[in-house]
Design a protein around this ligand. Sequence first.
Ligand SMILES: Cc1ncc(COP(=O)(O)O)c(C=O)c1O
Length: 436
Amino acid sequence: MSHAASATDRQNEDDLYAIAEATLPGASLGGYSLPKDLRFIIREGRGGRLVSVEGREYVDYVCGAGATIIGHGHPAVIEAVKERASKGLHFFGTLNDAAVELADVLVTAIPCAERIIFTTTGSEATAYAMRIARAVTGKPKILKFEGAYHGNHDYASFSQFPVRPANYPSATSDIGGVPEALQDTMLIAPYNDLETVESILSEHAGDTAAIIVEPVQRIIFPKLGFLDGLRELADKYGVLLIFDEVVTGFRLSYGGAQDYYGVTPDLASYGKIVGGGGPLGCVGGRADLLDATNPNRKGRADYAYVNGTLHGNPIAAVAGLATLRVLQEPDFYQNFHTRADRFRAAFVDVLARQGLPALVAGQASFWQLLFTDAPPVNQMDVLASDQSRSSALDLSLLRNGVYVLPNVRRFFSAAHTEEDLEVTLSALETACKAQV
Ligand SMILES: Cc1ncc(COP(=O)(O)O)c(C=O)c1O
């Protein structure tokens, strides 16, 4: 990989880690901190691979937390960003043409979206979707699922990383700094359990604005009828349905989970792929709901304030537009998913040959190795799997040049090649041998 020398290239990883240890808590960008003997600093990404500052190469299944569905440095995306950057990096207050063009593409692509509002991140998108639901309905509570991740804000931080079942529907936060006063605004139900959702709604619908759900919760796929069931219950009890499509949007299919499962929510939050790896998210939904954010409503009780310096950033917008154009190529998803099936099947073969009692969870472009008998149906199933064993296996993959985060759901990108598969299979074989 050739590249122009930069200040970073001239430093070695030890120097950079010395700076990082002194400046960044846990020498981390937040959320994850790899063991010292396995951590690395990324210099660049190309296709399905990453290269560290020291020149080590990794097959990358973290894929920018799912943002880089067509791989790193796709020429169409890079070209669009370069061209746009020459016209200015950011503006504010009035519209820019790239954001308007992306809004048009998004309302066409997203089944529930008659209107779009832009955000900078997926977290903001879920927070705004909840605010819109509360502003429009005038009701305070939101029902979320145990173990669902909706981002970093306080409302999302209930039953986010649970270690034991909740006392449904009571919400408790599993992180510090979240005001107890918010506890009463969130309701918790186990994923894939319509009966519990109905029993909660039958009691709380009068003050519940919405249900928010990850259509695929981490590595847990919805049981047949679960999402349709949520739609029916939402309608029956007069609450809104929010799909958090920050991960599933443009990943399961061009129309996201809504298209893949044929269920249309009232509101949906997006991030990651919509910005093509740049800082951009959005909320899409019914016009009567999204119009609550119309700034001409300022001063009204049903006005849901939405604003952010970087909202609709033109660089992220053109990266998103270029990415979405690639995703619209004929048979993109069919080819992508067929290849993902083949990769997963090859992983299964290695596990079986090595006699490891693990399964390859996942469908479409999602995957994760779990030591358990059957694909998980809810968060407690995931916790019941042997997490220390899967973590050891994941770390072993990392040691052998495959970038995964321990016990975190991972992705295939459209840029992964047969060579990447070979490297992964050989790493998996070595990792399995280290386990037995
Ligand atoms: C389902 C889901 N919702 C929301 C978020 C938050 O998005 P962001 O990290 O862009 O704030 C994430 C991030 O991984 C996510 O997976």
